[in-house]
Design a protein around this ligand. Structure first.
Ligand SMILES: *Cc1c(COP(=O)(O)O)cnc(C)c1O
Length: 372
Protein backbone atom coordinates (compact mmCIF):
# COMPACT_ATOMS: atom_id res chain seq x y z
CA UNK A 1 0.00 0.00 0.00
CA UNK A 2 1.12 3.51 -0.85
CA UNK A 3 2.09 5.53 2.19
CA UNK A 4 -0.25 8.44 2.99
CA UNK A 5 1.93 11.42 3.89
CA UNK A 6 -0.86 13.98 4.09
CA UNK A 7 -4.35 12.60 4.73
CA UNK A 8 -7.31 14.72 3.67
CA UNK A 9 -8.43 14.94 7.31
CA UNK A 10 -6.97 13.27 10.39
CA UNK A 11 -9.68 12.64 12.97
CA UNK A 12 -7.48 10.17 14.83
CA UNK A 13 -4.81 12.84 15.45
CA UNK A 14 -7.54 15.03 16.93
CA UNK A 15 -8.81 12.18 19.12
CA UNK A 16 -5.33 11.51 20.51
CA UNK A 17 -5.12 15.13 21.70
CA UNK A 18 -8.31 14.81 23.76
CA UNK A 19 -8.32 11.05 24.33
CA UNK A 20 -8.79 11.01 28.10
CA UNK A 21 -11.75 13.36 28.06
CA UNK A 22 -13.42 11.53 25.16
CA UNK A 23 -12.88 8.07 26.66
CA UNK A 24 -14.25 9.29 29.96
CA UNK A 25 -17.28 10.90 28.29
CA UNK A 26 -18.14 7.70 26.43
CA UNK A 27 -17.77 5.41 29.43
CA UNK A 28 -19.81 7.79 31.59
CA UNK A 29 -22.78 7.57 29.21
CA UNK A 30 -22.49 3.78 29.13
CA UNK A 31 -22.40 3.62 32.92
CA UNK A 32 -25.44 5.89 33.14
CA UNK A 33 -27.17 4.06 30.24
CA UNK A 34 -28.23 7.47 29.00
CA UNK A 35 -28.20 6.38 25.40
CA UNK A 36 -30.95 8.51 23.86
CA UNK A 37 -31.72 12.03 25.04
CA UNK A 38 -30.91 12.75 28.67
CA UNK A 39 -28.65 15.17 30.45
CA UNK A 40 -25.72 15.16 28.03
CA UNK A 41 -28.07 16.00 25.18
CA UNK A 42 -29.67 18.87 27.14
CA UNK A 43 -26.33 20.20 28.22
CA UNK A 44 -24.97 20.13 24.66
CA UNK A 45 -28.09 21.96 23.43
CA UNK A 46 -27.47 24.61 26.09
CA UNK A 47 -23.78 24.94 25.20
CA UNK A 48 -24.45 25.18 21.49
CA UNK A 49 -27.26 27.74 21.92
CA UNK A 50 -24.84 29.64 24.09
CA UNK A 51 -22.08 29.36 21.47
CA UNK A 52 -24.49 30.70 18.83
CA UNK A 53 -26.00 33.19 21.25
CA UNK A 54 -29.49 32.00 20.25
CA UNK A 55 -32.47 31.30 22.46
CA UNK A 56 -32.96 27.71 21.29
CA UNK A 57 -30.96 24.74 20.12
CA UNK A 58 -32.81 21.57 19.15
CA UNK A 59 -30.58 18.60 18.50
CA UNK A 60 -31.49 15.96 15.93
CA UNK A 61 -30.06 12.97 14.12
CA UNK A 62 -28.07 14.70 11.34
CA UNK A 63 -27.69 17.90 9.35
CA UNK A 64 -30.01 16.82 6.56
CA UNK A 65 -32.87 16.16 8.99
CA UNK A 66 -32.32 19.56 10.59
CA UNK A 67 -33.10 21.29 7.26
CA UNK A 68 -36.14 19.07 6.65
CA UNK A 69 -37.48 19.56 10.16
CA UNK A 70 -37.12 23.33 9.84
CA UNK A 71 -38.97 23.38 6.52
CA UNK A 72 -41.77 21.34 8.10
CA UNK A 73 -41.81 23.53 11.20
CA UNK A 74 -42.28 26.55 8.93
CA UNK A 75 -45.19 24.83 7.20
CA UNK A 76 -43.38 24.53 3.86
CA UNK A 77 -44.47 21.63 1.65
CA UNK A 78 -46.31 20.65 -1.48
CA UNK A 79 -46.76 23.47 -4.02
CA UNK A 80 -44.09 25.65 -2.41
CA UNK A 81 -40.73 26.67 -3.85
CA UNK A 82 -37.49 27.13 -1.95
CA UNK A 83 -34.44 28.83 -3.45
CA UNK A 84 -31.12 27.01 -2.99
CA UNK A 85 -27.64 27.40 -4.50
CA UNK A 86 -26.69 25.30 -7.55
CA UNK A 87 -23.38 24.48 -5.90
CA UNK A 88 -23.74 22.74 -2.51
CA UNK A 89 -23.96 19.30 -0.95
CA UNK A 90 -27.22 17.64 -2.05
CA UNK A 91 -28.75 17.72 1.46
CA UNK A 92 -29.74 21.34 0.89
CA UNK A 93 -32.00 20.57 -2.08
CA UNK A 94 -32.91 17.02 -1.07
CA UNK A 95 -34.48 18.30 2.16
CA UNK A 96 -36.70 20.62 0.13
CA UNK A 97 -37.91 17.78 -2.12
CA UNK A 98 -38.37 15.47 0.86
CA UNK A 99 -40.98 17.77 2.40
CA UNK A 100 -42.81 17.88 -0.93
CA UNK A 101 -41.65 21.34 -2.02
CA UNK A 102 -39.55 22.20 -5.10
CA UNK A 103 -35.92 23.29 -4.90
CA UNK A 104 -35.19 26.19 -7.27
CA UNK A 105 -31.49 26.51 -8.05
CA UNK A 106 -29.55 29.74 -8.53
CA UNK A 107 -26.01 30.30 -9.74
CA UNK A 108 -23.13 30.98 -7.36
CA UNK A 109 -20.23 33.44 -7.14
CA UNK A 110 -17.14 32.43 -9.07
CA UNK A 111 -14.73 33.29 -6.23
CA UNK A 112 -16.86 32.97 -3.06
CA UNK A 113 -18.92 29.95 -4.22
CA UNK A 114 -22.10 31.14 -2.48
CA UNK A 115 -25.50 32.00 -3.98
CA UNK A 116 -25.79 35.24 -5.99
CA UNK A 117 -28.35 37.57 -4.36
CA UNK A 118 -29.49 39.16 -7.65
CA UNK A 119 -30.16 35.70 -9.07
CA UNK A 120 -32.18 34.85 -5.96
CA UNK A 121 -34.34 37.90 -6.53
CA UNK A 122 -35.04 36.87 -10.14
CA UNK A 123 -36.39 33.47 -9.05
CA UNK A 124 -38.96 34.78 -6.59
CA UNK A 125 -42.63 34.25 -7.49
CA UNK A 126 -45.92 33.66 -5.68
CA UNK A 127 -44.94 30.09 -4.77
CA UNK A 128 -41.60 31.03 -3.20
CA UNK A 129 -41.61 30.49 0.56
CA UNK A 130 -37.98 30.41 1.67
CA UNK A 131 -34.31 30.81 0.80
CA UNK A 132 -31.59 28.45 2.01
CA UNK A 133 -28.21 30.16 1.78
CA UNK A 134 -25.26 27.81 2.33
CA UNK A 135 -22.05 29.03 3.97
CA UNK A 136 -20.00 26.77 1.77
CA UNK A 137 -16.47 25.65 2.69
CA UNK A 138 -16.71 27.79 5.87
CA UNK A 139 -17.15 31.17 4.16
CA UNK A 140 -20.36 33.06 5.00
CA UNK A 141 -22.85 33.71 2.17
CA UNK A 142 -23.72 37.43 1.66
CA UNK A 143 -26.34 37.49 4.41
CA UNK A 144 -27.05 41.22 4.52
CA UNK A 145 -28.09 41.18 0.86
CA UNK A 146 -30.02 37.91 1.17
CA UNK A 147 -31.85 39.09 4.31
CA UNK A 148 -32.87 42.33 2.59
CA UNK A 149 -34.37 40.36 -0.31
CA UNK A 150 -36.17 37.94 2.04
CA UNK A 151 -37.57 40.80 4.04
CA UNK A 152 -38.90 42.72 1.06
CA UNK A 153 -40.66 39.58 -0.26
CA UNK A 154 -41.78 38.14 3.09
CA UNK A 155 -39.68 34.96 2.74
CA UNK A 156 -38.18 32.77 5.44
CA UNK A 157 -34.45 32.10 5.62
CA UNK A 158 -32.92 28.82 6.78
CA UNK A 159 -29.13 29.11 6.92
CA UNK A 160 -27.32 25.89 6.09
CA UNK A 161 -24.36 26.18 8.46
CA UNK A 162 -23.15 22.56 8.09
CA UNK A 163 -19.68 23.72 6.97
CA UNK A 164 -19.41 26.94 8.93
CA UNK A 165 -19.61 26.58 12.73
CA UNK A 166 -18.08 29.78 14.10
CA UNK A 167 -17.89 31.74 10.81
CA UNK A 168 -19.12 35.32 10.96
CA UNK A 169 -19.76 38.60 9.15
CA UNK A 170 -18.57 41.65 11.08
CA UNK A 171 -18.50 39.52 14.24
CA UNK A 172 -22.07 38.28 13.83
CA UNK A 173 -22.07 34.49 13.64
CA UNK A 174 -23.63 32.69 10.71
CA UNK A 175 -26.85 31.04 11.81
CA UNK A 176 -28.07 34.24 13.47
CA UNK A 177 -29.05 36.19 10.35
CA UNK A 178 -32.06 34.16 9.19
CA UNK A 179 -35.17 32.78 10.89
CA UNK A 180 -33.37 29.57 11.83
CA UNK A 181 -30.19 27.66 11.10
CA UNK A 182 -29.23 24.08 10.41
CA UNK A 183 -25.99 22.49 11.60
CA UNK A 184 -24.39 19.14 10.91
CA UNK A 185 -22.07 17.48 13.41
CA UNK A 186 -20.96 14.81 10.96
CA UNK A 187 -17.49 13.61 12.08
CA UNK A 188 -15.49 15.59 9.51
CA UNK A 189 -17.28 18.91 10.09
CA UNK A 190 -15.57 21.70 12.09
CA UNK A 191 -17.50 20.47 15.12
CA UNK A 192 -18.04 16.76 14.60
CA UNK A 193 -19.39 13.84 16.62
CA UNK A 194 -18.26 10.21 16.26
CA UNK A 195 -21.27 9.34 14.14
CA UNK A 196 -24.22 11.23 12.69
CA UNK A 197 -25.56 14.24 14.58
CA UNK A 198 -27.28 17.51 13.77
CA UNK A 199 -28.81 20.61 15.31
CA UNK A 200 -31.16 23.51 14.77
CA UNK A 201 -30.79 26.98 16.26
CA UNK A 202 -33.34 29.78 16.30
CA UNK A 203 -34.59 32.71 18.34
CA UNK A 204 -38.17 32.04 17.22
CA UNK A 205 -40.19 30.28 19.96
CA UNK A 206 -42.81 28.87 17.59
CA UNK A 207 -40.29 27.40 15.16
CA UNK A 208 -38.37 25.95 18.10
CA UNK A 209 -41.42 24.35 19.68
CA UNK A 210 -42.61 22.86 16.40
CA UNK A 211 -39.13 21.60 15.45
CA UNK A 212 -38.73 19.91 18.82
CA UNK A 213 -42.06 18.16 18.45
CA UNK A 214 -41.37 17.05 14.87
CA UNK A 215 -38.01 15.58 15.78
CA UNK A 216 -39.54 13.49 18.53
CA UNK A 217 -42.70 11.89 17.07
CA UNK A 218 -44.81 15.02 17.30
CA UNK A 219 -44.90 14.72 21.08
CA UNK A 220 -45.33 17.56 23.48
CA UNK A 221 -44.59 15.78 26.71
CA UNK A 222 -44.60 12.00 26.72
CA UNK A 223 -47.35 10.29 24.69
CA UNK A 224 -49.05 13.58 23.85
CA UNK A 225 -48.79 13.39 20.05
CA UNK A 226 -50.07 16.72 18.78
CA UNK A 227 -48.94 15.98 15.24
CA UNK A 228 -47.21 13.17 13.40
CA UNK A 229 -43.49 13.75 13.56
CA UNK A 230 -40.49 11.53 13.05
CA UNK A 231 -37.63 9.96 14.93
CA UNK A 232 -34.65 12.27 14.64
CA UNK A 233 -32.79 12.42 17.93
CA UNK A 234 -29.27 12.97 19.14
CA UNK A 235 -27.91 10.11 21.21
CA UNK A 236 -26.19 10.46 24.56
CA UNK A 237 -22.75 9.26 23.49
CA UNK A 238 -22.62 11.71 20.59
CA UNK A 239 -23.81 14.53 22.85
CA UNK A 240 -21.17 13.72 25.48
CA UNK A 241 -18.48 13.73 22.76
CA UNK A 242 -19.76 17.05 21.38
CA UNK A 243 -19.71 18.50 24.91
CA UNK A 244 -15.99 17.76 25.07
CA UNK A 245 -15.26 18.97 21.55
CA UNK A 246 -17.21 22.24 21.60
CA UNK A 247 -14.67 23.65 24.06
CA UNK A 248 -12.02 23.39 21.35
CA UNK A 249 -14.07 24.68 18.42
CA UNK A 250 -12.71 28.25 18.41
CA UNK A 251 -9.14 27.04 18.82
CA UNK A 252 -9.54 24.48 16.01
CA UNK A 253 -11.08 27.12 13.72
CA UNK A 254 -8.11 29.35 14.46
CA UNK A 255 -5.70 26.53 13.59
CA UNK A 256 -7.58 25.94 10.32
CA UNK A 257 -7.32 29.64 9.52
CA UNK A 258 -3.57 29.66 10.20
CA UNK A 259 -3.13 26.58 8.00
CA UNK A 260 -5.04 28.35 5.20
CA UNK A 261 -2.82 31.43 5.56
CA UNK A 262 0.23 29.18 5.28
CA UNK A 263 -1.11 27.58 2.13
CA UNK A 264 -1.77 31.07 0.65
CA UNK A 265 1.72 32.23 1.54
CA UNK A 266 3.53 29.11 0.29
CA UNK A 267 1.54 29.17 -2.96
CA UNK A 268 2.34 32.86 -3.49
CA UNK A 269 6.03 32.24 -2.71
CA UNK A 270 6.28 29.38 -5.21
CA UNK A 271 4.94 31.50 -8.05
CA UNK A 272 2.46 28.92 -9.21
CA UNK A 273 -0.70 29.78 -11.04
CA UNK A 274 -3.58 28.54 -8.92
CA UNK A 275 -6.54 30.48 -7.60
CA UNK A 276 -6.51 30.59 -3.78
CA UNK A 277 -9.62 31.32 -1.66
CA UNK A 278 -10.95 34.91 -1.57
CA UNK A 279 -12.60 36.41 1.50
CA UNK A 280 -14.78 39.54 1.40
CA UNK A 281 -13.89 42.36 3.80
CA UNK A 282 -15.29 41.75 7.30
CA UNK A 283 -16.06 38.07 6.67
CA UNK A 284 -14.56 35.37 8.89
CA UNK A 285 -13.82 32.13 7.01
CA UNK A 286 -13.47 28.97 9.14
CA UNK A 287 -11.93 26.84 6.40
CA UNK A 288 -13.93 23.68 6.68
CA UNK A 289 -12.34 23.16 3.28
CA UNK A 290 -9.40 24.83 1.54
CA UNK A 291 -10.44 24.95 -2.10
CA UNK A 292 -8.23 26.15 -4.94
CA UNK A 293 -8.82 26.31 -8.69
CA UNK A 294 -6.29 24.58 -10.92
CA UNK A 295 -5.97 23.71 -14.61
CA UNK A 296 -6.01 20.00 -15.52
CA UNK A 297 -7.38 18.95 -12.16
CA UNK A 298 -7.45 15.22 -12.84
CA UNK A 299 -3.75 15.17 -13.69
CA UNK A 300 -2.88 17.19 -10.62
CA UNK A 301 -4.94 15.22 -8.14
CA UNK A 302 -3.54 11.98 -9.53
CA UNK A 303 0.01 13.29 -9.20
CA UNK A 304 -0.65 14.36 -5.60
CA UNK A 305 -2.22 11.00 -4.82
CA UNK A 306 0.86 9.21 -6.19
CA UNK A 307 2.91 11.25 -3.72
CA UNK A 308 0.77 10.32 -0.73
CA UNK A 309 -1.39 13.46 -0.66
CA UNK A 310 -5.15 12.96 -0.44
CA UNK A 311 -7.33 15.55 -2.14
CA UNK A 312 -11.04 15.73 -2.94
CA UNK A 313 -13.52 17.63 -5.09
CA UNK A 314 -16.45 19.43 -3.46
CA UNK A 315 -18.32 18.87 -5.68
CA UNK A 316 -17.66 17.31 -9.08
CA UNK A 317 -21.08 18.30 -10.47
CA UNK A 318 -23.32 21.30 -9.82
CA UNK A 319 -26.66 19.95 -8.59
CA UNK A 320 -28.74 21.02 -11.62
CA UNK A 321 -26.53 18.69 -13.68
CA UNK A 322 -27.00 15.72 -11.32
CA UNK A 323 -29.07 12.87 -12.72
CA UNK A 324 -31.96 13.49 -10.35
CA UNK A 325 -32.39 17.13 -11.44
CA UNK A 326 -31.02 17.44 -14.95
CA UNK A 327 -34.30 16.89 -16.78
CA UNK A 328 -35.79 19.83 -14.92
CA UNK A 329 -32.80 22.18 -15.28
CA UNK A 330 -31.95 24.88 -17.76
CA UNK A 331 -28.19 24.57 -17.64
CA UNK A 332 -27.63 28.02 -19.18
CA UNK A 333 -28.68 29.51 -15.87
CA UNK A 334 -25.58 28.34 -13.97
CA UNK A 335 -22.52 29.50 -15.94
CA UNK A 336 -20.31 30.19 -12.90
CA UNK A 337 -21.09 26.97 -11.06
CA UNK A 338 -20.63 24.88 -14.18
CA UNK A 339 -17.41 26.60 -15.17
CA UNK A 340 -15.44 26.50 -11.89
CA UNK A 341 -16.59 22.96 -11.22
CA UNK A 342 -13.94 21.80 -13.72
CA UNK A 343 -11.16 23.40 -11.70
CA UNK A 344 -11.94 23.24 -7.99
CA UNK A 345 -9.71 21.05 -5.86
CA UNK A 346 -9.85 20.67 -2.06
CA UNK A 347 -6.42 20.34 -0.44
CA UNK A 348 -5.94 18.61 2.93
CA UNK A 349 -6.89 20.86 5.84
CA UNK A 350 -7.56 20.05 9.50
CA UNK A 351 -6.52 21.73 12.75
CA UNK A 352 -3.59 19.38 13.37
CA UNK A 353 -2.00 19.71 9.90
CA UNK A 354 1.70 20.58 10.27
CA UNK A 355 3.85 23.19 8.50
CA UNK A 356 5.87 20.36 7.00
CA UNK A 357 2.77 18.78 5.57
CA UNK A 358 1.66 22.08 4.02
CA UNK A 359 5.16 22.66 2.57
CA UNK A 360 5.13 19.17 1.11
CA UNK A 361 1.66 19.63 -0.48
CA UNK A 362 2.67 22.93 -2.10
CA UNK A 363 6.00 21.50 -3.27
CA UNK A 364 4.20 18.60 -4.98
CA UNK A 365 1.50 20.90 -6.32
CA UNK A 366 4.23 22.95 -7.99
CA UNK A 367 5.84 19.83 -9.42
CA UNK A 368 2.48 18.65 -10.73
CA UNK A 369 1.84 21.97 -12.45
CA UNK A 370 5.28 21.85 -14.06
CA UNK A 371 4.75 18.33 -15.32
CA UNK A 372 2.59 19.45 -18.26
C1 LIG B 1 -22.71 17.92 5.61
C2 LIG B 1 -23.70 18.83 5.00
C3 LIG B 1 -25.08 18.72 5.22
C4 LIG B 1 -25.74 17.54 5.88
O1 LIG B 1 -25.24 17.04 6.98
P1 LIG B 1 -25.40 15.50 7.42
O2 LIG B 1 -25.18 15.60 8.88
O3 LIG B 1 -24.37 14.73 6.69
O4 LIG B 1 -26.79 15.08 7.09
C5 LIG B 1 -25.93 19.68 4.72
N1 LIG B 1 -25.45 20.71 4.00
C6 LIG B 1 -24.14 20.85 3.73
C7 LIG B 1 -23.69 22.02 2.94
C8 LIG B 1 -23.22 19.91 4.21
O5 LIG B 1 -21.93 20.06 3.93
Amino acid sequence: MKEVRVPFVDLYAQYLNIKDEIDNAISTVIKETGFIGGKHVSSFEKSFANYQNTKHCISCANGTDSIEILLQAMGIGSGDEVIVPAHTWISTSEAVSNVGATPVFVDTHSAYYSMLPDHVEKKINAKTKAIIPVHLYGLPAPMREICAIAKSHGLKIIEDCAQAHGASIENQKVGTFGDAASFSFYPGKNLGAYGDAGGITTNNDQIAEKARMISNHGQQGKHNHLIEGRNSRLDGIQAAILNVKIKFLNQWNEQRFIAAQKYNQRIADSNIKVVTPSIPEGYKHVFHLYVIQVPQRATISQYLDQHGIQTAVHYPLPLPVANCYKNKSNLNEFPNSISYQQNILSLPIFPEITDDQIDYVVEKLKAALQSF
